[in-house]
Design a protein around this ligand. Sequence first.
Ligand code: S3P
Length: 464
Amino acid sequence: MIKSVPARARRALPEARGAVKDRRLMTSHSFAAHGPLRGTIRVPGDKSISHRALMFAGLAVGQSRITGLLEGEDVLATAAAMRQLGASILRGADGKWTVHGAGVGSLLEPKTALDMGNSGTSARLLMGLIASHAITATFTGDASLSGRPMKRVIDPLMQMGASIEASPGGTLPLMLRGAQPAVPITYRLPVASAQVKSAVLLAGLNTPGITRVIEPVPTRDHTERMLTGFGARLEVGEEGGERIIAIHGEADLRPMDVTVPGDPSSAAFFMVAATLVPGSDLTIRNVGLNPTRAGLLHVLRQMGADITEVDARDVGGEPVADLKVRHAQLAGIDIDPAIAPSMIDEFPVLFVAAALASGTTRTTGLEELRVKESDRLAVMAAALKLAGARVEEHEDGLTIHGTGGDPLAGTPEGALVATRLDHRIAMSMAIAGLASRDGVRIDDTSPINTSFPTFMGLLAEAGQ
Ligand code: S3P
């Protein structure tokens, strides 16, 4: 995978490899049955939209303001990287963020490695951004991110002319030297991945001509929506049932003010918690319901959940509503794999819902879950079994036989769950704890800060 990365930069790579470490202190915590979830909560800003708002504002010439930005570790890694690339990014005392962009084509070469922490979105999208700039950057990440596949972005970016030297297996740490000028390509996505789609489109921003991505299966479309708002010329068409997205380079982005809606992937934990715990009646305000993200809502309703949308509205070009969730007994179903991309991050908590449903829930077509922050099929199967659920693991999904609403009954001392640096495993198993006889102990809750720093506080608030 070596392609003329400069010798100076290449010498730094072994050093970066040795530097893979985790800075967080591990914090274990027990979650046990508590009273119904009631009242009104507000989940923080959408992670995908927050990353993109910082990146695109960081490329626009002039001042953008961002309201409702998610201040989780993943998004802060993107903010730090964009500063290293030349954008000025400030948080005001009112919680609003102000960004002065560096300009497409004018990114600066970072003086030190870009530390992506746990964040696959930061790593893959920023690789795309840098791939068409005449700069070299080293990307590092934590132990989880350093095991995740990057070949899926390396391949198209090398076709566009970037030089990339990755660690064995196509992983981080890696070094990327952008191409100037880069070559526009037409790229058909081999995996349903919004991150790969976005990496190619972002590389296309500073590439002369038209860069196209063909998407056989639609994935979240925040990049397309927001880039249009920032003034990029982007066309979305359809041919033979496939989506085709074309971006015109070399683009000039104009600044804009972004309001980030609440994250449906964070709301998911409370949707399931309030559904499972008897007596619950919880309103979750400001939940983003972009159709490419709303799969869990449909699936839970199919299983019998009682969730109503209140005050449907538009926030920053994205559909949003408040969700009123009341306790309901769920019934197991076979989940259509076609819905997977629109709820790809919600499967861990759906598995928890299935473990308490009556009857059997079967999922298939979920190979992608094996390359998320952890192998979410293996880790959730092990965690749920420890907590007392009946689970069978297959190559591409889980089959779960629910308790019919009885609390999960694991070991009397309570299960100790390994979360493997995966925020969504930690939060999903915390919710399983609420529906268990003996409680669930999580070995490390610190990864929750990557996407949902207020999770523990909101859980306590809703349970009071
Ligand atoms: C994301 C896309 C998804 C998702 C991730 C965020 C994004 O990954 O799992 O949490 O912001 O584009 P893939 O695109 O790799 O499926």
